[in-house]
Design a protein around this ligand. Sequence first.
Ligand code: TRP
Ligand code: ZN
Ligand code: CA
Length: 456
Amino acid sequence: MNLSSRSSIPVGRRRAAAPVAVLAAAGLLATAFTSTAGAAPTLQDTTGAGATVAAVAAPDIPLANVKTHLNQLASIAASNGGNRAHGRPGYKASVDYVRSKLDAAGFTTTLQQFTSGGATGYNLIADWPGGDANQVLFAGAHLDSVTSGAGINDNGSGSAGILETALAVSRAQYKPTRHLRFAWWGAEELGLIGSKYYVNNLPSTERSKIKGYLNFDMIGSPNPGYFVYDDDPTIEKTFKDYFAALGVPTEIETEGDGRSDHAPFKNAGIPVGGLFSGADYVKTAAQAQKWGGTAGQAFDRCYHSSCDSISNVNDTALDRNSDAAAHAIWTLSETSTQPPSGDTYENTADVAIPDNGAAVTSTVTVSGRTGNAPVALKVGVDIVHTYRGDLVIGLVAPDGSTYPLKNSSSSDSADNVQTTYTVDASGEAANGAWKLKVQDIAAQDTGYVNAFRLTF
Ligand code: TRP
Ligand code: ZN
Ligand code: CA
């Protein structure tokens, strides 16, 4: 096959794809494909503005409701030996409390059990029915405390903040484009045990559906800072924009990537982000200047100790961070649709299709676009064949997900497949190597791919 410079030339948008044509001419196309396919997945911005735009603004999360959950967690600790730690009765009682609220609000809840240190642990997973199951937006918080205290800031705060956000989703009967999932992790304090267990036991097909994971671990620190995880750029910008609109300066979370439940998701290649109001590090004079509070004192002097009680919370930080969580969950679960541009990318190099043989592909490399592919991506297929019923055809997105276009049919004896399919590709990044995959599954008749084109 001649990988000619004609392959992947964008017909309607030469400027965008010129580098591809240059690479192709230089014989470097394969390299370009590899680097494109190997790029880290990001939660794609679909507006070109650097952040997604929610169709509906997130509601204000009532601080009083978040505090009610915190008070409940505090009394659960009080009646269970003073903590809510893994393997202790206060942990399971915390799970039962959160679960009952979610069940009453219409979530589908699942308890995932695991064993750590000889004790049973639990992850509580809650799915909000609806949305595109192939595009999951996920928010999580660990629900366990250390054994030395009630764990109200660490991490009753994040647990209560996302619980109230989930309940707000239900009150609004929010119907986002993406599917929403929430989780309350067990045994974080023993080394991210619950979240690692969840990610390790998730089939790779399910992992690839998670388009973003947002983590909330300590969001009401008594001497607070406003830290945004420095990870997926779209998630990060969504949080930063929220605080900028409030006039609250933020800093990048620099305590280290590995310290909470986003780490297993990040390690699995899932875009992550989150908020943090500080733990045992000391607030500097510059930080006290911009955020108030006390310089020379830890963000949370009660971190991992018995005084992490209901009084160990800064209400303003808890309120702002809960509202920011809701804002991000609303915004990132919506994908705005882009008007069709008509931009076409095509590969007209012929690809022989072996008779009753292995699948072959024709590749079109898309570059220079912003955000995701459209809801109505046009897939132009031009295959010359003497018995088209032999052919199984699919579209393979840059991340490897496959969209079936055509099945085989022993009774369809007509020649050729010359048609345009429409595919909802809004869950896929536009840029990268798209493949038309064609397999001939019956003996005798043969043919070749004449052209493959994508219109955005
Ligand atoms: N995960 C830690 C705990 O639960 C808290 C923590 C410390 C943290 N540094 C962090 C969480 C940075 C997120 C980011 O005890
Ligand atoms: Zn914690
Ligand atoms: Ca055949």
